[in-house]
Design a protein around this ligand. Structure first.
Ligand SMILES: N[C@@H](CCC(=O)N[C@@H](CS)C(=O)NCC(=O)O)C(=O)O
Length: 312
């Protein structure tokens, strides 16, 4: 495994390898991180599909009164660093720890973090009581939010009904490597072979989902299905696809708008008020085209597409 120099991502040959998240504690009524209102805080980027999952889930479950959040600047350094910049529309200061960067937050939770060459990613679920990071893995954070909401803190909704849990997990897993991570593997590939493998697997799975959604509204559940975590995990990648990934990550065999059922799915998601309000188009577009200088050295931000999810 090779570590690239001015680029904190790991590569195996030419293939991008996503590192696993470092903080994997859980919120639970009986554990160290108990269920308490106003104790936990999210650090997110509006640009990031993984962080976007956590914001949507928080909002849909009605956890806004219990879990606060801050938003980093859409500019990510070439070393992968995020900073706080309250001057930027849509971004905030760090309202909990009053720090300047996300690396500072990781350093509080893990002394020596900054010298360790580890990558501080968003989302971060922060515990105000013990001043530490509970978890920085989106898939686990959204599941904890569901448990937290069911324990009486939410609005009575669930995005992971117990009887559908296996089906939801299977769907999230099936879409993870091919789609959610697949767009990054395509965009960050350093060999033709790595790119080809990623991009063909990505579109093969999109083709499968297009068929899957031909007679249903949601990915999982009986009949037309019901809205679950699986839809949210797919949505945050699909909504960035035509705006960013087609051009920036060379995911251009087709666009989402060329898939009628995936487009209907996007529209269905964006018809939900909390989902629509969670999308910051400027942060999404500016972040990718500005931050990956080695993919887009002049940081030109494409103005298209003329029709896309921002209009739905
Ligand atoms: N496994 C993590 C992935 C999070 C992640 O990779 N976030 C990106 C932003 S989209 C990040 O913060 N990257 C910082 C970097 O690459 O240095 C999750 O799902 O929560």
């Amino acid at each position: 495994m090779e570590q690239a120099s001015a680029w904190t991502k790991a590569f195996d040959g030419g293939k991008f390898v996503r590192k696993s998240s470092e903080f994997r504690d859980k919120l639970s009524p009986e554990g160290e991180f108990g269920f308490e209102s106003e104790r936990y805080h999210l650090y997110i980027s509006h640009a990031c599909p993984w962080a976007h999952r956590t914001l949507i889930t928080r909002n849909l479950l009605g956890l806004d009164k219990h879990i606060s959040y801050d938003v980093v600047d859409w500019r990510m350094g070439i070393d992968g660093s995020w900073s706080f910049n309250p001057e930027q529309p849509g971004a905030t200061k760090d309202s909990v720890n009053e720090r300047n960067s996300l690396e500072d937050i990781y350093e509080i939770a893990y002394e020596g973090w900054k010298n360790s060459r580890k990558i501080g990613t968003v989302p971060v679920l922060w515990d105000k009581k013990y001043s530490t990071i509970v978890n920085n893995e989106s898939r686990e954070i959204i599941r904890m939010f569901d448990d937290f909401a069911r324990a009486g803190f939410g609005n009575g909704e669930t995005l992971c009904p117990k009887d559908l849990r296996n089906e939801i997990d299977e769907m999230i897993t099936a879409n993870y490597e091919s789609i959610n991570n697949g767009v990054y593997k395509s965009g960050f590939a350093r060999t033709q072979e790595a790119y080809d493998n990623a991009v063909y697997a990505l579109f093969q799975r999109l083709d499968e989902l297009e068929k899957h959604l031909s007679d249903r509204d949601w990915l999982v559940g009986e009949g037309k299905g019901i809205l679950t975590e699986a839809d949210i995990c797919l949505f945050t990648t699909l909504v960035r696809f035509d705006l960013v990934y087609v051009v920036h990550f060379k995911c251009n065999l087709r666009r989402i708008i060329d898939y009628p059922n995936l487009t209907k799915f996007l529209k269905r998601m964006l018809a939900i008020d909390e989902v629509k309000k969670s999308c910051n188009w400027e942060h999404i577009k500016n972040h990718y085209f500005w931050s990956h200088e080695n993919i887009n050295p002049y940081r030109i931000i494409p103005r298209g597409p003329v029709e896309g999810p921002q209009d739905y």
